[in-house]
Design a protein around this ligand. Structure first.
Ligand code: SAH
Ligand code: SF4
Length: 345
């Protein structure tokens, strides 16, 4: 069985040829999938009946979400998706008018083991294919469209470490920005990474206009190692890569900093952070920890959060505090686990 969404344009052309159809049918197929969001060949009304039938014999068009939850205030929806090998991933749609943002998963599980992250608890289960990433985007866009809006932003902030699955994430970005695909501006796409220096540099070259967010969480190497125990890169190496990204793209980087009570949330930490990132074109986004079962850390006080922001700003670092949505359905950062098997079966 073939997953049509995993084929690139040349592979799709080969498939079309093997069905004895003219080459332009491949482009029609592409547009059906990425512009209209139709992934079932039987529903592709502009293709000849014979082609639809033969395609649908060969193609696996995976199911609707196992489970769909919407937060009490209606702002956030989370889908649990089952992949062909029964792995489970989650996709989140965040409505903050006029924006509709999808938070995409890039891996099932994650190898990095950040101590405060529910996805990290699972370890890495496997990489997602480009098709599995695009299916999430298509699904989220169909919800937006059903509500009379259009998906406007994409963030790679779901399960997994996108720069540890560089090939598939890069191909997904190509499709999201392809004029015959999602036709989105790269400015509306953000890749959030724990900080893999060589792939930060690759991203700067391959996708210079895509926004980069780097999850730093600590101003010092010792603290970073406590919070992100598996990742091999040092804070210095990450900051060097960010400097190169600044230079290569001319853009600005966002540092994400999850605040954990009494661990990394003092004004002293803020001042040290400001020193470390001085000279970079950067802004800091503070994320008060979402405690979830089984993971380490407590939520910082409001006072500490505001104090941290103030100390950074006094040091000249533009700083925002993340507005969180969807905590009641465990759809906020760090709460995605993809392990609801008991409930869904
Ligand atoms: N692996 C990537 C992207 C997925 S995580 C990364 O780490 O950047 C997206 C963001 O959620 C990261 O900034 C991560 O640090 C944050 N996050 C993870 N667990 C969290 C939690 N429990 N509370 C708040 N933010 C969390
Ligand atoms: Fe992986 Fe990101 Fe979670 Fe760390 S925070 S374990 S890198 S998904």
């Amino acid at each position: 069985m073939t997953d049509l969404l995993s084929l690139d344009q040349s592979e799709l052309a080969e498939l079309v040829e093997s069905l004895g159809q003219p080459a332009y049918r491949a482009r029609q197929l592409w547009r059906q999938m990425y512009q209209r969001g139709v992934t079932d060949p039987n529903q592709m009304s502009d293709l000849p009946g014979e082609m639809r039938r033969r395609l649908s014999e060969q193609v696996e068009d995976s199911q609707e979400p196992l489970e769909l939850q919407t937060s009490a205030d209606g702002s956030t929806s989370k889908a649990l998706l089952r992949l062909s090998d029964d792995e489970l991933i989650e996709t989140v749609l965040i409505r903050s008018r006029p924006r509709d943002t999808v938070c995409l998963s890039s891996q099932a599980g994650c190898a990095m083991g950040c101590v405060f992250c529910a996805t990290g608890l699972q370890g890495l289960r496997r990489q997602l294919t480009v098709g599995e990433i695009m299916r999430q985007a298509i699904l989220a866009r169909s919800w937006s469209r059903a509500e009379g809006r259009e998906l406007s932003h994409v963030v790679f902030m779901g399960m997994g470490e996108p720069l540890a699955n560089y090939a598939s994430v890069s191909r997904a970005i190509d499709r999201l920005t392809d004029p015959d695909g999602f036709a989105m501006s790269p400015r509306r796409i953000t890749v959030s990474t724990v900080g893999i220096p060589q792939n930060i540099r690759r991203l700067a070259v391959d996708h210079p206009r895509v926004n980069l967010a780097v999850s730093l969480h600590a101003p010092t190497q010792g603290l970073r190692r406590e919070l992100v125990p598996v990742d091999g890169a040092s804070v210095d190496d990450i900051l060097d890569a960010v400097r190169d990204h600044n230079r290569e793209t001319g853009g600005r980087v966002t540092f994400e900093y999850v605040l954990l009570r009494d661990v990394n949330d003092s004004r002293g930490h803020a001042r040290r952070l400001a020193e470390r990132i001085r000279g970079l074109r950067a802004h800091v986004n503070l994320i008060p920890l979402n405690p979830s079962p089984g993971v380490v850390g407590e939520r910082p006080s409001r006072r500490a959060t505001l104090g941290f922001q103030q100390a950074l700003q006094e040091s000249g670092v533009p700083t925002t505090i993340r507005v969180e949505q969807g905590r009641d359905i465990a759809a906020a950062c760090g709460q995605l686990r993809g392990d609801r098997i008991a409930i869904s079966e």
